[in-house]
Design a protein around this ligand. Structure first.
Ligand SMILES: Nc1ncnc2c1ncn2[C@@H]1O[C@H](COP(=O)(O)OP(=O)(O)O)[C@@H](O)[C@H]1O
Ligand SMILES: [Mg+2]
Length: 313
């Protein structure tokens, strides 16, 4: 267990660049950002009033595990944005603030963000399954007939980008050709090939640990000095991906969500699905936290406390 549940950090001594659904982004220096992950959680597109113990730390240290341990072995050409999990001493922060930030913060290099979400899908589910049932396509691309819900795509994982809507907007599924128009010919293939290579490596790795990464979303930035495409943002977390417990996987129906199933069932059972201003009960919080910790332990092979103990400050 790290600190108490943090739903808002609100640092006053650093310029706030943006606040997303889950993260607060501050300027740390001319060319770096401080990305702070809160314990906020959303279900059915609504953020709950209270948070989930350890969630921000799990997302941060899991991203670090993929970026620094797993992916370099499988995708050696990959460049990523993470500079350090440690908070620079030079930043003007109190010891209380440093305690809150510990384990949930990343110092990252600031890049120009490509305005698309580089989604890769290994299995047909969610919005893709809805589109396929209606039109036989996925992100506008024709698919073989007779696919079952949640089946693996027979030809292997596919690149299915979406637009990246400004804060509050809704992302739209687009074809790879449309994504090419947005990011330009020069970078389109690099983004697609990297996204597919990272997904394949992660899927194989997670499957050995009993987790199916059904799909995931990456973001990429451009290093304008070297003209390289760089992996940014959170990576392969339960928030940016669909994780399914492999032991319960049966195509032809919906799958259980690894992390949010208990919360969703509770919201539905209580008639609170999609409602604003809902607080979880202590029991729902505890069970949800336990699932995040389990995903972390399975994927990294160590407990969150073990990972936290390795941090410098
Ligand atoms: N290295 C980076 N350089 C610039 N922007 C970044 C970098 N890494 C992540 N970001 C941006 O930080 C934001 C992360 O905040 P988050 O709360 O996840 O937002 P959202 O609600 O849009 O998912 C995203 O808009 C992402 O594009
Ligand atoms: Mg995000």
């Amino acid at each position: 267990m790290a600190t108490s549940i943090i739903t808002s950090v609100g640092l006053k001594s650093l310029p706030l660049v943006a606040e997303g659904k889950v993260r607060e982004i501050y300027e740390a220096s001319n060319d770096t950002l401080l990305l702070v992950t809160s314990d906020r959680i959303s279900a059915y597109d609504v953020i709950l009033e209270n948070g989930v113990q350890d969630k921000g730390t799990v997302l941060t240290l899991l991203t670090n595990h993929w970026l620094n341990t797993v992916l370099p072995q499988h995708v050696p050409a990959l460049k990523h944005h993470l500079v350090s999990l440690n908070i620079p001493r030079a930043l003007d922060l109190s010891s209380e603030q440093r305690a809150i930030l510990r384990g949930r913060s990343m110092i990252v290099r600031k890049y120009r963000v490509f305005p698309i979400e580089a989604i890769v899908r290994g299995y047909i589910t969610g919005s893709s399954w809805s589109e396929y049932k209606q039109k036989g396509t996925v992100h506008g691309m024709p698919q073989p007939s007779g696919l079952e819900q949640c089946q693996a795509f027979p030809g292997g994982p596919i690149y299915t980008p979406s637009t990246k809507a400004p804060v509050g907007g809704k992302d739209e599924n687009i074809t790879p050709d449309h994504a090419r128009q947005i990011v330009g010919d020069k970078y389109a293939d690099k983004i697609e090939n990297l996204a597919l290579a990272i997904y394949k490596a992660a899927h194989g790795y997670a499957l050995e640990k009993g987790i199916i990464v059904a799909d995931t979303k990456f973001e990429f930035g451009l290093d304008e000095e070297t003209d390289e495409v760089v992996l940014i943002d959170e990576v392969l977390t339960p928030d940016s991906s669909r994780f399914w417990p492999a032991a319960d996987y049966v195509p032809g129906r919906d799958q259980k969500s690894f992390d949010k199933q208990y919360l969703r069932d509770w919201l539905t059972g209580e008639g609170l699905k999609g409602k604003e201003g809902v607080s979880m009960t202590g029991d729902v919080q505890a069970r949800t936290s336990a699932k995040y910790l389990e995903a972390f332990q399975r994927l990294t092979g160590e407990s969150l406390d073990q990972a936290l103990a390795k941090l410098e400050n």
